[in-house]
Design a protein around this ligand. Structure first.
Ligand SMILES: [Zn+2]
Ligand SMILES: [Zn+2]
Length: 365
């Protein structure tokens, strides 16, 4: 079928809206009419070819939400008309997948960064030219996207669908890091380093699970102010003061939990140094392979833990409906991070995100 998609034709180039040809769903695939597509830093990493993906031309987008249009012959999970959020794809059969740790799938690259289906077949074409698709199992910068039924999460249909787009990555990553990975007890303290959309989702989640000291750390005063509105009890401007000292002062010795959402060795060091004995630091900020960090081994010896977390350790089919439920009860107002853009203003949306003017741009194809 003919679709409209945002194509990147050269590394680091613009997103150009083009008419493309999308193949029919295979037996295990779902065709989704996209109503909201969040933009995440991983899309820009793809545009700039900082990921192990084939070269351009490519269609990115991995925070899609939409309505099921058509399903393959063997699909049982959803039916046409269902509201769905799209997530990454996984193989479903490796040891990670079988342990309920889909985001650590041993075949993650094949299923998400291959530019095509895992079997190598292309889904997108412009005339005779193959356009790389299946980005993180979807390529949802388009009005229609194909996904394996594994990547499709059914959601209730009484919640505005377009706001649910960032549930598929950014919101799930931040909220899941707190609710699934760190699991702070009520009354705990937590310091969130970097309150972009992922960190802000973590702040919201920390409030939901009953953390009583929630410290937002950033260098942008407007973000820190927003973190307070989202439930941070304290904020620290790391451009003005030493965040480790500030956190020790606020908590009387260190935050029980910390979360690094920046992807910076210096910030990870601070997030570990800000822990008390037996504290836990989660790392969600993405860095290029080979990035090293120096840590005080004696500090670690005293019961401290550092753990890497991908996609919030979530099983999306279980976790996303829970977040939607919390949202509908008014306890998880993540939608306040969203700025909507018409699809053909994707260039402006990307610019606004890169220049820090918006937390979470969502396109409406
Ligand atoms: Zn797997
Ligand atoms: Zn993402």
């Amino acid at each position: 079928m003919e679709i409209k998609a945002a194509v990147v034709f050269e590394t680091g180039g613009e997103f150009r809206i083009e008419q493309l040809e999308l193949t029919d769903p295979n037996d295990d695939e779902v065709l989704v009419r996209i109503v909201g597509a969040g933009i995440c830093h991983t899309d820009l990493a793809g545009r700039d070819h900082h990921l192990p993906i084939p070269g351009p031309p490519s269609v990115f987008g991995h925070e899609g939400a939409g309505v099921v249009e058509k399903v393959g012959a063997r699909v049982t999970k959803v039916k046409p008309g269902d509201h769905v959020v799209l997530c990454w794809d996984c193989c479903g059969v490796c040891t990670s997948c079988k342990s309920g740790k889909d985001s650590y799938c041993l075949n993650f690259f094949l299923h998400n960064f291959h530019g095509a289906r895992p079997d190598g077949t292309a889904t997108l074409r412009k005339g005779d030219q193959v356009i790389h698709g299946s980005f993180l199992g979807q390529s949802s910068f388009a009005d229609f996207a194909l996904a394996n039924e594994r990547s499709v999460v059914k959601v209730r249909d009484d919640v505005p669908l377009e706001i649910l787009a960032p549930m598929g990555c950014g919101v799930m990553t931040g909220a899941g890091a707190v609710m699934n990975s760190l699991r702070p007890r009520p009354g705990s303290s937590i310091a969130v380093f970097g309150v972009g959309n992922v960190g802000m989702s973590a702040v919201l989640a920390a409030a939901v699970v009953g953390c009583t000291t929630i410290i937002g750390v950033d260098v942008h005063p407007d973000r820190l102010e927003m973190a307070r509105e989202f439930g941070a009890t304290h904020t620290v401007n790391a451009a003005e003061v030493d965040p480790v000292e500030a956190i020790r002062d606020i908590t009387g010795g260190g935050a029980d939990f910390s979360l690094e959402c920046v992807g910076n060795p210096k910030v990870l060091r601070q997030a570990v140094d800000a822990l008390p004995r037996c504290g836990v630091c989660g790392l969600v900020g993405v860095v290029p392979p080979g990035t090293e960090v120096s840590l005080d081994m004696d500090l670690l010896m005293n019961g401290r833990t550092v753990t890497g977390i991908i996609e919030g350790d979530a099983v999306p089919d279980l976790f996303i409906p829970r977040l939607v439920e919390l949202y509908s009860q008014g306890r998880f107002p993540f939608d306040r991070m969203i700025t909507f853009y018409p699809f053909d203003e994707i260039g402006q949306a990307v610019k606004d995100m890169e220049e820090g003017r918006v937390l979470k741009p969502v396109l409406r194809p």
